[in-house]
Design a protein. Structure first.
Length: 259
């Protein structure tokens, strides 16, 4: 009886929180410019400035990277923080649901020796795919500074590789898993690394996320910008991968997928 009352209080509190957030979102939405309006700053002078001055201001070889990691560095930082908060929210929301009881040791070993995709050949093929996905994720991460790609895509690919490794038995017949706390710590570390990337120039006489003031040895300003953007992408990658792994593990701990 006491447990039901606690559940009702939590549900009521969640409903109240959703209503308050919804009211706040509606008020903020009314103050924002209309999507697609021609008189908004993004459709007048700002876009042309980005296109005309991106190479000179940011020394980045890719306009998309220049906008996301330099001109709108704060926006990307807060997007990373929102992702980190989503991982925490998943833990808080699902913590009310009980975990699935663990199997006995013999049942556990027998279950995890079974083929995931119906055949040993398929399992072996997917196990080969895992390192390929990781290599491609690293390529996307390092290639994001000079072309399309970057931290968000690389983090999702790394989490995808972990998911395959998580559901496919190892050669010893055991499925490896990471703790929920490990994923959340990784997400926090990635977010912190992004923040530190912005703070380091401030100790060298610059402003937040001013890559020109990074205390690194580079031949040109373009080298410093490339280093700063790469640090940003690394932080985003670690955060995205950690959040996805956290949500995955929180769900798997409380769901029985035997069927």
């Amino acid at each position: 009886m006491e447990e039901k009352r606690i559940r009702r209080k939590k549900a009521l509190g969640l409903v109240v929180l959703i209503i308050l957030v919804g009211i706040g979102a509606l008020k903020i939405g009314k103050a924002l410019p209309t999507i697609g309006a021609l008189d908004t700053p993004a459709n007048t002078n700002i876009s042309m400035y980005y296109i005309s001055h991106a190479a000179e201001d940011t020394h980045a070889s890719n306009i998309v990277t220049a906008v996301l990691a330099d001109y709108r560095g704060f926006d990307t930082l807060f997007e990373t923080c929102v992702l980190f908060l989503s991982g925490i929210a998943a833990m808080v929301i699902l913590s009310d649901k009980k975990k699935v009881p663990q199997r006995k040791h013999e049942e556990y070993l027998e279950y995890h020796r079974q083929s995931t995709f119906g055949s040993t050949l398929m399992d072996g093929a997917f196990r080969i795919v895992v390192p390929v996905i990781l290599i491609y994720a690293v390529y996307v991460l390092f290639h994001g500074e000079v072309s399309l790609g970057g931290g968000f895509q690389a983090g999702a690919l790394m989490a995808c590789a972990y998911l395959l490794d998580r559901i496919i038995p190892s050669f010893e017949g055991i499925k490896r898993k990471a703790k929920v706390e490990t994923g959340l710590i990784a997400a926090a570390a990635g977010t912190l690394f992004y923040v530190l990337t912005g703070l380091i120039p401030m100790f060298n006489g610059g402003r937040f996320l001013e890559f020109d003031k990074l205390p690194f040895h580079g031949d040109t300003l373009a080298d410093l910008h490339a280093s700063g953007i790469l640090m940003v992408e690394i932080g985003v990658t670690v955060c995205v991968a950690g959040v996805i792994i956290t949500i995955l593990e929180v769900a798997l701990e409380r769901t029985d997928f035997d069927d």
